[in-house]
Ligand binder design. Structure first.
Ligand code: C2E
Ligand code: MG
Ligand code: MG
Ligand code: MG
Length: 284
């Protein structure tokens, strides 16, 4: 019976594997159409000034409106697109769209809103990346100083010399850079002093525990203090409760982002909420 059970399990696992593979393949094919067929879109999540609760900037987050499967989150298709190389086209589209959207916002409302765009490792390491970026900036007319690129620790710690060169080139363009999901990778803290970056985004996993774990709180406080000594701004991601908000504010965190303030939203919705304080948990 035991043997049979194992065989059954094997068969089951095999089927699961095949099905998952099949699904990947069909999603990959669909992704090609998504890029061409206007199925990708950007939502923008507010980042608020910790001191005032007012809108400081936004993070662009991509979504895929699949014709049959509905909304597919980036956690599902970005890794696929990285495997196939489609991330290059997608990443270009995202950058271009985010810059155009913010230039359009400025034209319609007069408001200059800084925007952060997530950049995938493959995209960042590509030789043409900087030229591409400069081109996108000039096409959209967006001031470089209002664009920030979010890079994960993994990208920043690998291939360090080339990385530092690219970051330095970004800085001379005027574009800002942030470390995303800080604390989840294996970055060497000492390395931070060599990286020409502007901001650290504390990962949500720390924020989740900060109010009920003394160890987590100690790490969070340490990162904020260290970042400030390095003249880096700190953003806390994934603020969901008033208690977390107060905790991070008390610890001197500069900027806050999370469902407590607002979920990612389409540009049209954002446009109506530009002047509103996000301090009270309204947008749930
Ligand atoms: P990320 O860059 O760390 O983005 C933050 C993610 O946390 C977003 O998920 C956001 O919706 C979610 N989030 C924000 N506040 C809260 C909160 O209070 N609670 C919880 N539970 N979640 C919160 P999303 O949009 O599903 O994106 C997931 C990841 O996919 C991103 O993590 C980023 O790594 C990647 N991604 C998203 N958009 C892009 C893009 O345009 N390009 C690239 N290369 N990657 C992207
Ligand atoms: Mg991000
Ligand atoms: Mg993040
Ligand atoms: Mg994160």
């Amino acid at each position: 019976a035991k043997q049979q059970g194992r065989n059954t399990w094997r068969r089951y696992a095999g089927e699961l594997g095949t099905r998952a593979q099949g699904e990947d393949i069909s999603l990959r094919r669909d992704l090609q159409e998504a890029i061409a067929g206007d199925q990708l879109m950007l939502h923008y999540q507010p980042v608020v000034d910790a001191a005032t609760g007012y809108l400081h900037s936004v993070e662009a987050l991509v979504r895929w409106q699949h014709p049959e499967r509905g909304l597919i989150p980036p956690g599902v298709f970005i890794p696929l697109a990285e495997q196939t190389g489609q991330i290059i086209d997608i990443g270009h589209w995202i950058l271009h769209r985010a810059c155009r959207d913010m230039a359009d916002l400025k034209a319609r409302t007069g408001r200059t809103l800084p925007v952060a765009v997530n950049i995938s490792p493959l995209q960042f390491r590509r030789p043409g990346f900087l030229d591409n970026l400069a081109q996108v900036l000039s096409e959209s007319g967006l001031p470089a100083e209002t664009l920030e690129l979010e890079l994960t620790e993994g990208v920043l710690m690998a291939d360090t010399e080339a990385t530092i060169d690219t970051l330095a080139a970004l800085r001379s363009l005027g574009v800002h850079a942030a470390i995303d999901d800080f604390g989840t990778g294996f970055s060497s803290l000492s390395y931070l002093r060599y990286l020409p970056i502007d901001k650290v985004k504390l990962d949500r996993s720390f924020i989740q525990d900060v109010t009920n774990s003394r160890n987590t709180a100690a790490i969070v406080q340490g990162v904020i203090t260290m970042a400030h000594h390095l003249e880096l701004a700190v953003v806390a991601e994934g603020i969901e409760t008033e208690a977390q908000r107060r905790d991070l504010q008390d610890r001197g965190c500069d900027l806050l982002q999370g469902f407590f303030f607002a979920r990612p939203m389409p540009l049209t919705v954002l446009r109506r909420r530009l002047a509103e304080p996000f301090g009270a948990a309204t947008a749930r």
